[in-house]
Design a protein around this ligand. Structure first.
Ligand SMILES: [Zn+2]
Length: 440
């Protein structure tokens, strides 16, 4: 049993948003009580006490769209033109993913999960691609997540871009992994059915996916109308817009994550809304790839559950929060927008999306929720209270403030030291393996 105490607790629970000198009692994987430090200490005197030293205690962060495989792209030399989004895919990401062997996938997972934990992230929903070494890739990633103690949902991105045979192997990998994750019967590892995007998926492949999914209890995880080229391809080849086309195959379900949804019209918004599926907004990635402006604010106003991801651009959810905040102000030329919507995506909707995947309460500090908790090094220099904490998070913190991280009741980082593995050694191996991959 643990107590995380002597901290300023931001709970993200509307009933009890902030406790000035608070403590959280954790038994096994669950929060059993939150309250004043002295009271909690007296009540659970046998528990191990973790001193937050007046810093912030808040829920572990959730990243609802990530790409583990992209981690070895950092610092890699890009050859060929990258003047538009299709060229960025062709000359950067698809060159990288083709080279990935199982060992590269394994170490990419170490790199990404370690960096996520170091940024206070306790849940990662990932989208994987390694077209020439697909079989077993998801289980490899899951094993790394298990070793590090992080909560994760993973999928393989099915695509016809490398031929129909590789698409079929991708389908099988999703099916096998969803079944495996179901058999684990825990709330730490889950599977989704990954699809790349409409423009690299044939009707035949989508039909096969639909057939396999008819007997599985999982959502799809798919890029939707990210670049204008996805829309153009759909209109030209199928005479329909992207959401309309994918909708024929039952893609949009309550557990589905439709990533980006940039080039969509009102009818498509309506389809998404009716389906109750989730959208994930990735502000930095969208700006970096210059794919266009996400209608995230409009989708939220419509009542669509729009969460916040990073798309491999960073592992720091607070960076994503900051960029979402200024992107929408800048684009709409209105300094009053996105104050509410940005934290709403990160703290409310990501929690809802995670709950649909994992079936448990995370991203909130309250009795009965899973003990996914992070201590962030931050001492405020102005008053911090139950109505202004989002402003302190936005302007005062970054992911690097994470000092100690607990996931599912286990300490997975203590005083900035990763617990599950020898971090220094693993990152050295990552550098060696990624160098070899670059040289292939
Ligand atoms: Zn993505």
């Amino acid at each position: 049993m643990y107590i995380l105490g002597n901290g300023r607790i931001i709970t993200q629970d509307k009933e009890n948003p902030y406790i000035e000198n608070g403590a959280i009692a954790v038994d096994n994987d669950v929060i059993i009580e939150i309250g004043n430090t002295e009271n909690i200490k007296n009540k659970y005197s046998n528990a191990e006490f973790i001193d937050a030293k007046k810093n912030i205690i808040m829920p572990g962060l959730i990243n609802t769209h990530m790409h583990i495989y992209s981690s070895f792209g950092r610092g890699m030399q890009v050859t060929g033109s990258t003047k538009n989004f299709p060229e960025i895919l062709e000359n950067l990401w698809w060159k990288l993913d083709k080279k990935l062997k199982i060992e590269d996938t394994k170490y990419s997972a170490y790199a990404t999960y370690i960096e996520s934990i170091k940024n206070g992230v306790t849940t990662v929903i990932d989208h994987h691609a390694s077209p020439y070494h697909i079989e077993g890739s998801l289980k490899t990633i899951a094993n790394v997540a298990e070793e590090l103690g992080i909560r994760t949902s993973i999928c393989y991105e099915v695509s016809d871009r490398d031929g129909v045979e590789i698409a079929n192997v991708g389908i099988k990998e999703n099916v096998d992994f969803i079944k495996y994750a179901t058999s684990l019967n825990n709330d730490m590892i889950k599977g989704m059915f990954g699809l790349h995007a409409s423009f690299t998926l044939s009707d035949e492949t989508l039909k096969k996916c639909e057939k396999e999914m008819s007997v599985l209890d999982a959502g799809y995880h798919v890029h939707v109308a990210e670049g204008i080229s996805d829309l153009e391809n759909s209109l030209e080849n199928y005479n329909e817009r992207v959401v309309e086309r994918l909708n024929h195959y039952g893609i949009f379900k309550e557990k589905t994550i439709a990533v980006h949804c940039i080039h969509i019209d009102d009818n498509e918004l309506e389809i998404i809304k009716k389906s109750k599926c989730n959208v994930v907004h990735n502000p930095e990635s969208n700006m970096g790839n210059a794919v266009g402006y996400s209608p995230a604010i409009r989708m939220i106003a419509k009542g669509i559950d729009v969460g916040l991801g990073t798309d491999g651009y960073t592992a720091d959810m607070l960076e994503s929060l900051k960029v979402a905040n200024i992107l929408h102000k800048h684009e709409m030329a209105d300094p009053t927008v996105a104050w509410m919507e940005s934290p709403f995506m990160l703290f409310e909707n990501n929690r809802k999306i995670a709950k649909k995947q994992f079936g448990c309460e995370t991203g909130i500090l309250k009795t009965g929720a899973k003990a996914d908790i992070v201590i962030m090094e931050y001492i405020p220099h102005t008053e911090l209270n139950g109505t202004n904490f989002n402003s302190h998070i936005l302007f005062g913190m970054s992911g690097k403030c994470a000092v100690t991280v607990m996931c599912n009741g286990k300490i997975i980082m203590k005083d900035r030291k990763i617990i599950g593995v020898n971090e220094e050694k693993v990152l050295e191996e990552c550098r060696e393996i990624s160098k070899k991959l670059w040289d292939r």
